[in-house]
Design a protein around this ligand. Sequence first.
Ligand code: AHM
Ligand code: MG
Length: 278
Amino acid sequence: MVEIFDAIKKSAVRIKWLIENEDSGYSQNINATGDTQLKLDIKTDLVIEEEFRKISSVKEIISEEKEEKTPIYEHGKYMVGYDPLDGSSLLDVNFSVGSIFGIYKGGYDGRHLVAAVYVIYGPVTQMVTAYEDVGMYKLNENNEFAFIKSLELKQSGLINATGGTHSNWSDEHKKMIEEIYSMGHRLRYSGGMVPDLHQILLKGGGLFSYPSTSDRPKGKLRMVFEVFPFAFIYEKAGGKAIDGKRRLLDLTPSHPHDTTPCFFGSEKEIETVLKYNE
Ligand code: AHM
Ligand code: MG
């Protein structure tokens, strides 16, 4: 596991440089989910692939930007599902973006997830790892990640971050969000799941949701690359992660690019979500 975390750190240093120095425009390519890829989506994906190719414990990789799994070492133990540059459409407005990694052993589902990591490229670059516990690191002037602190969610918080087009929300979701606001929450939504979930984690609690909508009944966020890693991190930090009814980590995708509605948060907020999905 240490060598996988090291490969992620090396990728992060290279990706930070690419974000700061390379062209942030669109390419001519379309990825597996139908999104037009930015040049940086493609470059960052290759950087991560290159770093994982040096690691003999990695059996194969799959990313949001790749149609198929890429075999690495036949006898490797781990499979890595990752999103190299989540929220990349926010680069033009200079918002924070991130890389998300799920480290799986034996299958790409929640039960086989053994560790999760994300890196956030903001005013500073930070990394959060969840293995035995949840730890936050900051990239220092020597390009090394220094440990800052352990992260833990409180029983409830004051932040609400909800995605999807409002006019396409269900009535239940609208009512649920109203109840969250009546509990004293404030809207904090950048449109990047890494900074939005990072903020809730750092400020101690709240709710992030990307619900089922009339235009996207199965939500937008992908299980293997985005949802499972964050569900793992949130649970390890003492929070909860559900699809509305079920624990996200109990879901099994039938395809690596499958999406699901998702709700991440502290215990009290997730109880409220459950009440509206009975
Ligand atoms: P991406 O992987 O194409 O960048 O899309 C994922 C992003 C998430 O970071 C974010 O939570 C979501 O899309 C926002 O979607 P919306 O603009 O529909 O609220
Ligand atoms: Mg993404």
